[in-house]
Write a protein that binds this ligand. Structure first.
Ligand SMILES: NC(=O)C1=CN([C@@H]2O[C@H](COP(=O)(O)OP(=O)(O)OC[C@H]3O[C@@H](n4cnc5c(N)ncnc54)[C@H](OP(=O)(O)O)[C@@H]3O)[C@@H](O)[C@H]2O)[C@@H](O)CC1
Ligand SMILES: Nc1ncnc2c1ncn2[C@@H]1O[C@H](COP(=O)(O)OP(=O)(O)O)[C@@H](O)[C@H]1O
Ligand SMILES: [K+]
Length: 499
């Protein structure tokens, strides 16, 4: 699903208005209806304090006030006064409300006009939406501070006021919402960790914008959702044999970190690879053969670390390297040798990435379409610190294009940067996965898909989606706190079944 920017969403409105057809006021009513319905169904409050600006976001707020009043809720409206005359639909809704004369409307001209907010009210934030074009200052910022200083929860309409939809809002004054009711599609702002303090729980309100529009625009960003993942998925043929599903090699583990090799090998098998061989230090052999008897083992000549490649890499259909290997001289040489000789699809994770960070010249050895799976710290070590989350995404895109590789920037919404300049945000996964071992599972899963013949882009997108979904299913059955990477791996099968 394409991720549209604020301007494209405006065009989508206009397209819907022209082609459905309906008036913009009717579209606003539809949006307000969806919000009011959600508010009535999901909240119980003594009263609703509705803060409005004079743009269309404020128009939504005025319409929501009327609809909540019609649903027998006690409402009061507070309008941020400004020199602007207000958008047409704001004015229309203001006039309707004014004539209704049942709902108190207060104009806020100065700080002294700000109402006291009782603890048992709900605040509706309809000050500014996607039309915000500069940080809030003056009375608007004071109003937001006032909302944030109240203990009453705030529900933001479309986007918390003060937050930019498409770029960083660092240092802005922003409404801290408990819930955000946003129209039709996710905004990029909801996908980055730096905005977590403002957005609360995001709920997408379907307002039936015209389905033909997204096909007409091109966007650099998309969302990996179930329909995209299902499109990538290739079910097994009935007459298939293990040779059809490739042979994955995983180079992982060291003394004290045999678990990393166990987790990525098991995840690799659970994701469907026909054969899996783990190259581990000798100390890891018994561990691996006991914990994952389905995997074959290639014992290194050293006891506690992997130290060299004494086999033909072409024997395998895909290779994953990094989890728990360490960053010593021998692993550095091993990685260099591997990068020089490999002719197969490759995933680099964890210590393999840390080795690259210490030896940047190795980046030039990366073959096109190699997949890197850094978490934000590994990414910073590799490519430098970024000023904010949006800049980090930009940097990932630049590096993916420059090096012709895929970069899976892991996080709550992992971002897959592709060499063609496109990028995909994942929407599965949960905080239960924030525990050592989850990343090792992802390495095994993506390597598995590559081994089975999925193209690198397909493997990265499907792997990230299934990984998060398996985590979600594991959390649904055993809770987030208790979630182990092993639980996630045990749910990979159920994740596939949902495709
Ligand atoms: N499909 C959908 O999504 C639908 C969307 N709809 C709704 O429309 C909303 C977008 O409405 P919108 O374009 O009128 O912009 P909105 O944010 O209300 O006002 C911005 C105005 O404020 C001003 N301004 C900007 N920054 C400022 C600042 N820092 N401090 C002070 N002023 C500032 C700026 O004017 P300026 O001062 O620049 O002349 C601008 O005109 C959207 O979020 C959703 O709620 C629904 O109704 C229908 C379906
Ligand atoms: N809060 C979260 N929400 C969704 N996914 C998460 C969250 N925290 C971690 N993850 C996922 O778990 C994995 C963690 O990887 P990583 O940090 O490399 O862990 P490790 O190396 O310890 O296994 C990543 O795929 C990441 O996207
Ligand atoms: K808002």
């Amino acid at each position: 699903m394409k991720l549209l920017n604020a301007e494209q969403i405006r065009q989508w409105d206009a397209f819907t208005i022209k082609n459905e057809p309906l008036s913009s006021l009717e579209l606003m009513e539809r949006a307000a209806n969806a919000c009011a319905r959600w508010i009535v169904q999901n909240t119980l409050a003594e009263s609703y304090y509705i803060f409005c600006g004079k743009g269309n976001n404020g128009g939504d707020g005025l319409a929501i006030a009327r609809l909540l009043y019609n649903a027998n809720k006690k409402v009061a409206v507070y309008i941020l006064e400004s020199d602007a005359k207000g958008s047409d639909d704001y004015i229309s809704n203001f006039n309707i409300l004014h004539h209704l004369s049942a709902i108190p409307i207060f104009m806020i001209r100065g700080e002294r006009d700000l109402p006291e907010l009782p603890f048992n009210c709900i605040i509706i934030d309809a000050l500014f939406g996607t039309g915000l074009n500069r940080p809030l200052t003056g009375l608007a910022a004071k109003m937001v501070d006032h909302i944030n200083n109240s203990i009453a929860p705030a529900i933001a309409i479309d986007i918390p006021s003060g937050l930019f939809g498409d770029h960083s809002s660092a240092h802005n004054t922003i409404v801290k919402a408990r819930h955000t009711l946003s129209f039709q599609v996710l905004k990029t702002a909801f996908l980055v960790a730096e905005n977590e303090p403002w957005i609360g729980h995001v709920h997408i309100m379907d307002i039936n914008l015209h389905p033909a529009f997204p096909d007409e625009v091109s966007t650099p960003f998309s969302i990996i959702n179930k329909s995209l993942a299902s499109r990538e998925y290739r079910p097994r043929n009935a007459f298939a044999h293990k040779g059809n599903f490739g042979h994955a090699l995983l180079i992982a583990g060291s003394w004290g970190k045999a678990g990393a090799a166990v987790l990525c090998s098991r995840a690799c098998l659970r994701t469907g690879a026909g054969l899996v061989t783990a190259h581990v230090p000798q100390s890891g052999v018994t561990v691996l053969q006991t914990a994952v008897p389905e995997a074959m083992v290639f014992p290194d000549k050293e006891a506690e670390q992997v130290s060299g490649l004494n086999y033909d890499l072409n024997h395998f259909t895909a290779v994953g390297i990094g989890p728990g290997i360490g960053t010593g001289v021998k692993q550095q040489l091993l990685l260099k040798e591997l990068l020089e000789h490999i002719q197969r699809p490759l995933v680099l994770d964890a210590d393999a990435l840390n080795i690259l960070s210490e030896n940047k010249a190795l980046l030039n050895l990366l073959k096109p379409d190699t997949i890197l799976t850094p978490h934000p710290k590994e990414f910073a070590r590799l490519f430098g610190e970024a000023a904010d989350d949006f800049k980090r995404i930009e940097l990932a895109q630049t590096k993916a294009m420059e090096l012709s590789i895929f970069i899976v920037l892991k996080g709550h919404h992992s971002f897959v940067a592709c060499p063609d300049g496109t990028g995909y945000f994942n929407i599965t996964g949960n905080a239960g996965m924030a525990k050592g071992g989850s990343g090792d599972a992802l390495t095994g899963m993506v390597t598995s898909l590559l081994a089975q013949g999925y193209l690198p882009k397909e493997a990265a997108l499907l792997g990230v989606f299934l990984h998060g979904l398996a985590g979600d299913l594991a959390a649904a059955s055993g809770g987030m706190e208790a979630l182990l990477a092993s639980d996630l791996i045990d749910h990979i099968g159920n994740a596939f079944k949902q495709l």
